[in-house]
Design a protein around this ligand. Structure first.
Ligand SMILES: Nc1nc2c(ncn2[C@@H]2O[C@H](COP(=O)(O)OP(=O)(O)OP(=O)(O)O)[C@@H](O)[C@H]2O)c(=O)[nH]1
Length: 369
């Protein structure tokens, strides 16, 4: 008998943005009973009613030398120990794990470790990535630190904290910035960590794929990506999506991060699509911050496939039992750093044999539907 994998929520966010405050409030809720919190810094946090483990920074670099593909030995060891102790009765049964990253951490090595380390991927499943963004310091932090922008870009849910300390105009401006950096993430304003468990648990794409939320998720993400592309929001740049000149923000507040959404009007062949995925993750993985897709496959047209990648890591695709809505077309959303829409189009055409004429921007496509 295979036991269900234990869901892991990764809680990230820049230094002082309110991660621990959120964690403490969450752990008091009954929905979090049986949760182990792993605090990714030196020293355990002494919260008496919960099981807190500490995990010291120690990175093991893989042969390819890419920082996003490091395996966090510390996390592997901690999670294996948690599982073993729970199995042996030394801990109460563990129903969920919450990993709080350090404020300066790139969360991707943690996601990578959970996804590719066989000892973990058999026991644990990533439930979602939650990032806190401070309404007061967030804008400056996002402008100055690429790590902060990356935390936002890979998140499934963004918690805007400290809105009690910021004016409504500042919060609205931050919301707009976040929508550009991470159009696929749901946003929520949170004061003093007060967030309900069901607003952050199960917020990842896999969880959405279980229910009817998936279609809505794609529609919202696609529209947001299209809006972000339509109006860059960086006053210095005057970018317009009808302007096809190359457009980079290396030094700007977006750190070159942008989103592209596609609707593909033709069933895909898995082998060809997988070949494209291999190509793009091998060559551009570091800049492919997030890719999520609902795919109409020629092999099983009635049962769409959910695919999900974070940098070089492609999660095992999940086949749904049915389409979540009436629209039977593939939908793909990419959050990338310095990868032009045209590059995705060109490589999809070349490797996955998709006619570029059948790839549409979703805003217009969805309006027609
Ligand atoms: N006014 C106000 N203060 C908050 C809010 N959320 C968090 N804080 C305060 O902000 C400070 C930092 O919060 P933490 O939860 O420790 O932030 P963190 O992200 O865990 O910090 P690091 O672990 O240093 O990265 C604390 O003093 C919190 O009480 C909020 O919504 N409003």
């Amino acid at each position: 008998m295979t036991a269900a994998r234990i869901p892991v929520t990764v809680l990230t966010g820049f230094l002082g943005s309110g991660k621990t405050t959120v964690l403490n409030r969450l752990l008091r809720q009954p929905a979090l009973d049986g949760t182990v919190a792993i605090i990714n810094e030196f020293g355990a946090v002494g919260l008496d009613h919960l099981l807190a483990e500490s995990s010291e920074e120690s990175f093991a670099l893989l042969d390819n030398g890419c920082i996003c593909c490091t395996v966090r030995d510390d996390l592997v060891a901690t999670l294996k120990a948690v599982h073993a102790r729970s199995r042996d009765g030394a801990l109460p049964p563990v129903r969920r794990v919450l990993v709080e990253t350090t404020g300066l951490a790139d969360p991707v090595p943690i996601l990578h470790t959970l996804a590719v380390e066989p000892a973990l991927s058999a026991l644990f499943a990533i439930d979602g990535v939650v990032a806190t963004v401070d309404a007061v310091n967030g804008p400056a932090t996002l402008a100055a630190h690429a790590e902060a922008a990356k935390q936002v870009a890979v998140a499934d849910r963004l918690l805007i904290t400290k809105t009690d300390l910021a004016g409504t105009a500042a919060v609205a401006a931050l919301e707009a910035r976040l929508a550009q950096l991470s159009p696929t993430a749901g946003r929520l304003q949170v004061r003093h960590g007060a967030v309900a468990a069901d607003q952050v648990l199960g917020c990842g794409l896999e969880a959405a794929g279980q229910g009817a939320g998936l279609a809505g998720w794609f529609e919202a993400a696609s529209l947001a990506a299209d809006r972000a592309a339509a109006q860059c929001g960086d006053p210095a740049c005057g970018h317009d999506r009808h302007d096809h000149r190359h457009h980079h923000h290396d030094a700007g507040p977006h750190h070159g991060i942008s989103a592209h959404a596609f609707v593909i009007d033709e069933p895909l062949e898995w082998d060809a699509f997988a070949q494209w995925l291999d190509y793009v993750t091998a060559l551009k993985g570091e800049d492919l911050l997030r890719m999520k897709g609902l795919l109409h496959m020629a092999e099983e047209p009635d049962r769409p496939l959910v695919v999900h990648a974070v940098q070089h890591v492609v999660h095992p695709p999940v086949r749904l039992d049915a389409w979540p809505d009436a629209e039977r077309r593939s939908r793909l959303v990419f959050i990338v750093r310095d990868i032009d829409r045209e590059v995705i189009e060109r490589t999809l055409a070349r490797f996955a044999s998709i006619d570029t004429g059948r790839m549409a921007r979703p805003a217009s496509a969805l309006r027609v539907a």
